[in-house]
Design a protein around this ligand. Structure first.
Ligand code: ATP
Ligand code: MG
Length: 374
């Protein structure tokens, strides 16, 4: 990291048979872009496609077939962008035969290299429900945020999941047959402890950092409230060194071995953990109003942007899907004012009434209807 930041800038986005966008071309070479359209016209689809280039994963589905237009065989996303003052081209396609093609500057590349180019922070109305959602929603949010900073994190997560599934299969076999391969269970547990402790360590570290930044933002928006964030893990209670996490995880697996055998599943580890938010010491899910919960999410998203910038030197592209309408004036203003003027921001909305003339002056506006610019 060189000590100064580069702004990512999308310049050109072309969607071909991507959901309802059969042939859409957007010139995005402007720091602020507003996409206006009635319901079900393709606004979210456009932001989804941009997010997809950064994560190779849709925030809405894990089945990429859904991205292909109903009447077509192949969906394509082509994007020209500037990163670290250099032109970069990203090309993605996915076919009905589940064939995925990735190219970086017209040369075939790996998912890992492809994902490392574009960084985005997506803030959508679904995120506003983060606090009230399932623990798995909160883990996903946290994991995606960490993966943008440590590209190796995704590998670690999938490794952990793979071992956990193998262990579950072993335990299920035991339930069926009554015979357990003890040595194999020990091996799985050992591997789970190694990868799982590392995942927990990184999550706790990231949360501490995001808590520091988000609580400051949160105090500015709410004026008085104090935000605290806790990583909730059944065998940890407080701050731990990496070796202590390893020891605690090991002990917990030992202690619950009989229970895991009885239930035929893995009962402890990062796949069961959660994140708990407190306002002035009270658990936000139970006591905070909807507006207070939204404030937390707003503070989290803006902090995510700051952390990615600080860690990678690349200022991510901010994607705001319909969120302004869900926030009150104070929060809308805070959001729009706190975005660095150079941070490329792509906003969708049903109309322009929410935006002040001052803001609209420097914005490129597209109107979308049935997946087309009108
Ligand atoms: P809202 O304001 O309600 O959020 P939106 O403009 O964000 O609307 P999108 O979520 O982008 O709307 O969806 C637009 C349309 O795309 C929907 O009507 C949906 O049926 C359609 N759509 C989704 N997937 C596909 C697909 N694979 N092929 C064709 N159309 C699709
Ligand atoms: Mg939408």
């Amino acid at each position: 990291y060189l000590g100064y930041n580069f702004f990512m800038r999308l310049r050109d986005l072309k969607l071909t048979n991507y959901r309802n966008c059969k042939d859409l071309h957007l010139d995005l070479s402007c720091p602020k872009v507003l996409i206006i359209g009635k319901n079900a016209q393709g606004k979210t689809n456009i932001l989804e496609s941009i997010y997809f280039l950064s994560a190779l994963k849709s925030p809405r589905t894990s089945n990429n077939i859904e991205l292909i237009n109903f009447e077509a065989e192949k969906a394509e996303i082509n994007c020209n962008m500037i990163k670290a003052e250099t032109d970069v081209e990203l090309d993605f396609s996915y076919s009905n035969e589940k064939k995925r093609e990735l190219a970086l500057n017209k040369v075939k590349t790996t998912p890992k290299n492809f994902k490392s180019v574009l960084k985005t922070v997506l803030f959508s109305t679904a995120d506003l429900l983060l606090l009230r959602g399932n623990p798995s929603d909160r883990r996903d949010w946290l994991d995606r945020a960490i993966a943008q900073i440590y590209p190796a994190y995704d590998d670690r997560l999938s490794k952990y999941d793979k071992i956990r599934i193998q262990k579950n299969n072993l335990l299920k076999d035991y339930l069926k047959t009554g015979i357990l391969n003890d040595t194999l269970l020990d091996v799985y547990n050992e591997q789970l402890v190694i990868t799982g402790s590392n995942i927990i360590y990184l999550r706790k570290k990231f949360l501490k950092e995001i808590e520091r930044i988000a609580s400051e933002k949160h105090r500015i928006i709410s004026e008085t409230e104090d935000l605290k964030i806790d990583y909730d893990c059944s065998f940890l209670n407080g701050e731990y060194e990496p070796e202590e996490i390893v020891e605690a995880f090991k002990a917990s697996l030992e202690e619950r071995r009989a229970e895991e055998m009885r239930r035929g599943q893995s009962c402890v580890g990062p796949h069961r953990d959660d994140i708990i938010f407190y306002i002035n010491g009270n658990e936000a899910v139970k006591f905070a109003s909807q507006g207070q919960q939204r404030t937390i999410v707003l503070a989290l998203k803006l902090s995510e942007l700051d952390i990615i910038t600080a860690k990678t030197g690349d200022e991510p592209v901010l994607l705001l899907d319909d969120v302004l309408a869900e926030l009150d004036d104070i929060r809308q203003n805070y959001l729009l004012k706190s975005i660095n003027e150079n941070t490329q921001t792509i906003i969708t909305s049903v109309d322009t009434v929410l935006f002040e003339d001052e803001f609209l002056k420097d914005v490129k506006i597209y109107k979308i209807e049935a997946g087309r610019v009108i």
